[in-house]
Write a protein that binds this ligand. Sequence first.
Ligand code: NDP
Ligand code: 13P
Length: 344
Amino acid sequence: MTNIAIIGAGSWATALAQVLARNNHRVLLWARRRELADAINNGENQRYLPGVTLHPQISADTDLARVLAGATAVVFGVPSHCFRRLLQQSLPFIKPEAVIINVAKGLEESSRQRLSEVFAAEAGADALGRYAVLSGPSHAEEVGCHIPTAVVAASQDIATAGYVQDLFMTRDFRVYTNPDLVGVELGGALKNIIALGTGIADGLGYGDNTKAAMMTRGLAEITRLGLSMGANLSTFAGLAGVGDLIVTCTSMHSRNRRCGIAIGQGKTLDEAVAGINMVVEGVRTTRVAWELAREQGVEMPITEQIYKVLFENLSPREAVLNLMGRGKKLEVEETVLSSLNWTM
Ligand SMILES: NC(=O)C1=CN([C@@H]2O[C@H](COP(=O)(O)OP(=O)(O)OC[C@H]3O[C@@H](n4cnc5c(N)ncnc54)[C@H](OP(=O)(O)O)[C@@H]3O)[C@@H](O)[C@H]2O)C=CC1
Ligand SMILES: O=C(CO)COP(=O)(O)O
């Protein structure tokens, strides 16, 4: 039995606590509000994971030092926008040898950094060897009910990835390892943009053809940005890439998709986000990804149109017309052409 601390007590933090407790670990969640900690200690997180009776080995506290004391592994389950601040507050209490696992799917807005870069900046580059990311197609609502799920643990250090695999792997929660930290982080963050977009298309009343087109071309631009940032191509064909894209773009559990649907139906961004009542990571990520794309000279037409809908008042219907009206394109990247012996 391992003592595991989870920073955050939202839907994903609580569902992962269930997985870990079923694996016979003792789990202590940090909640910033007393009432949330009390609810968890009474056996149900009604606010974030209603209907799930929590395992007796799960408890919660609002005192960061108490939560982190004695933890062999620390899971960060808070939204990306508060990761740096909570990491700074937590580091003095984390044992130097503890493994850090981040499960947030986003990028830091102010620095445009991946969260492993934020971690390295705060904890030191040497600490990256004991840092891992857990990502993949996994809605809390299903994981909380033990529905079979497969995810990826990525780390620069193979032993750390293997440790995280062992920590979480159960009969209904299957964990693969992957050395591509950059690709796994970007796959998890960028698919939320496309989920907003497919949600918008659904909200406009468009059909499955539209959704399939956006998902496929969305994956093309996620891959393009990912490769320019050092990710491995094969990661985007895996659970943290196309796997998570599928689940987020098609499931009514998805907060990003539901937010997009509300926008497509005519709600403002603020109204749509307020209606979800949980974090919608794709909104901030759209801004960061669009800035990164421009900075790196990478073509991301879907991200560009979603950015304009979210932040520049472009009407969703006009955004779809803009995408459909683009100039003629090859489906494959130009670099592929030479290998196919096809010249333009
Ligand atoms: N939900 C899911 O199915 C999955 C989510 N993820 C990722 O996990 C991360 C967390 O998402 P999720 O669990 O859905 O989020 P929720 O909205 O369900 O919960 C967010 C949690 O973070 C806390 N929190 C929010 N803002 C702050 C802050 N400024 N300071 C301290 N604590 C804060 C909330 O506390 P309070 O209640 O006090 O506001 C709450 O405990 C996201 O990056 C998401 O993309 C990944 C896979 C699946
Ligand atoms: O990442 C997720 C599922 O894998 C959760 O997506 P949402 O935040 O859109 O609900």
